[in-house]
Design a protein around this ligand. Structure first.
Ligand code: GDP
Length: 193
């Protein structure tokens, strides 16, 4: 898939703010710094989608991006900030949970993990959460260019076993640096549209 035009529709916190129109939505989730912005930019074939950064301390919002009026990417603030307070974490959790469990146009969650490291506790918790609510998941193991090709399979195995990836779920080997996995990731997304 090739996207010509992408634009932010809204930064939402509450369900009343979610956009109408019913375009299929794909939420992007991952711990902060995992490479989510880079993934989005690579998928859209551009350097800088005007994204709203979600730094600690800033209001955490769900950012809805319209892609050619065909689908939406919903950027979910990164999890696993050590610095946020318990209260902030709870608010974050509630916002995400409400969206993920109760949003009709949501087709799948694109969960991004770092191929270099074993999935974190938060990665595992997110995957388990999605499984619990039977929300379809597309797993992306990014930063593949940072490890030698000969070790990819070993690292993929670690991802599969740590997350206990269910049969039928896909893990796409990805690199925002080289574009590895881009077509496969789009094909996975399109299979849910
Ligand atoms: P985010 O916080 O999840 O949005 O992460 P970013 O996309 O900002 O990426 C965090 C850091 O990892 C940045 O320095 C990126 O340049 C780097 N990065 C992200 N993806 C890749 C990748 O596929 N390969 C390499 N080598 N670096 C990456």
């Amino acid at each position: 898939m090739k996207i010509n035009h992408s634009e932010i529709v809204i930064s939402a916190v509450r369900p009343e703010q979610y956009p109408e129109g019913g375009l299929p939505e794909f939420a992007l989730a991952g711990r902060s710094n995992v490479g989510k912005s880079s993934f989005i930019n690579k998928m859209l074939g551009r350097k800088g989608l005007a994204r709203i950064s979600s730094k600690p301390g800033k209001t955490q919002t769900l950012n809805f991006y319209d892609l050619d009026q065909k689908l939406m990417f919903v950027d979910v603030p990164g999890y696993g900030f050590a610095k946020v307070s318990k209260k902030e974490r709870e608010a974050w959790g509630k916002m995400i949970e409400t969206y993920l469990t109760d949003r009709d146009p949501l087709k799948a969650v694109v969960q991004i993990v770092d191929l270099r490291h074993p999935p974190s506790k938060d990665d595992i918790m997110m995957y388990d959460f999605l499984k619990h609510y039977e929300i379809p998941v597309i797993l992306i193991a990014t930063k593949a260019d940072k490890i030698p090709k000969g070790k990819w399979q070993k690292h993929m195995k670690i991802v599969y076993s740590a997350l206990q990836v269910e049969e039928g779920d896909k893990v796409v080997l990805f690199s925002s640096e080289t574009g590895l996995g881009k077509e496969e990731a789009w094909a996975a997304i399109e299979s849910f549209m």
